[in-house]
Design a protein around this ligand. Structure first.
Ligand code: PEP
Length: 251
């Protein structure tokens, strides 16, 4: 029904040459390894065209890490969804906590970005997640619910095109992973919230990925949970071997 997905988020890492080499290695290894999930690599804007030329779309799909909420025009330095699409990319990460935290992206902007991505045929990988304070004061379910509900102005048909990534901010790049139970509980909560708005069928067909210090050593346990449909991987996506180790957790 819903897809298992392992997606890499390279963030602001690798020069163009390094990125092309990494993409080449990942493509070759994914191709020769039996795997039971879709594989996506989300790379810096500057790398999209070259990486697209290097990978085979039925082996590894390509995504960007952001796009503008605007269509086009006088927005110096911005990259539109249409531009991302024109490189051959099929996916785009939106609402990553680093974008929310360091660049002040808010729910309204993220809804506009999501609409731009969808209008241009890109699949958003929409990130949600609470900060440590929310986890500690017990408001984490409400915080994440509000982030998901920011998208509830989308039609059911559009919502069904999304991939959701639950990434507790306290687990990103910290080496501190949510336990498989914590991930499962939140994924089940997100699915319930989606079901209440769009119905059980939509909720059951939405892939919800976990992100936050996911590694080959913990991926199998996380992915064994019924509502965890894969991972959005930061640090461990920057080495082909560790990324493959996570992909193989689905075998
Ligand atoms: C991320 O930033 O999307 C992420 C999950 O990072 P890491 O795996 O490095 O925690």
């Amino acid at each position: 029904m819903r897809k298992n997905i392992v997606a890499g988020n390279w963030k602001m890492n690798t020069t163009l040459d390094e990125g092309v080499e990494l993409a080449n290695e990942i493509n070759a290894k994914v191709k020769e390894t039996a795997h039971n999930c879709d594989v996506i690599i989300c790379v810096p804007f500057t790398h999209l065209t070259s990486v697209n030329a290097m990978i085979e779309p039925d082996v590894v799909a390509l995504g960007a890490e952001n796009c503008s909420e605007h269509d086009k025009g006088a927005y110096t330095g911005e990259v539109s969804a249409a531009m991302v699409k024109s490189t051959g990319a099929t996916h785009v990460i939106l609402g990553h906590s680093e974008r929310r935290q360091y660049f002040g992206e808010n729910n309204e902007q993220l809804l506009a970005k999501t609409r731009q991505a969808l209008a241009n045929g890109l699949t958003p990988i929409f990130c949600v997640g609470e900060v440590l304070e929310d986890r500690e004061n017990g408001s984490y379910n409400d915080v994440v619910q509000a982030q998901v509900e920011a998208l509830f102005q989308l039609s059911k048909e559009d919502f069904e095109k999304l991939i959701i990534a639950y990434e507790p901010v306290w687990a990103i790049g910290t080496g501190k992973t949510a336990t498989a139970e914590q991930a499962q509980d939140m994924h089940a909560h997100i699915r319930k919230v989606i079901a209440e708005k769009y119905g059980k069928e939509t909720a059951d067909s939405t892939s919800i990925l976990y992100g936050g210090s996911c590694k080959p050593e913990n991926a199998r346990e996380l992915f064994s949970k019924p509502d965890v449909d894969g991972g959005l991987i930061g640090g461990a996506a920057l080495k082909a071997d560790s990324f493959l180790g996570i992909i193989e957790a689905f075998n």
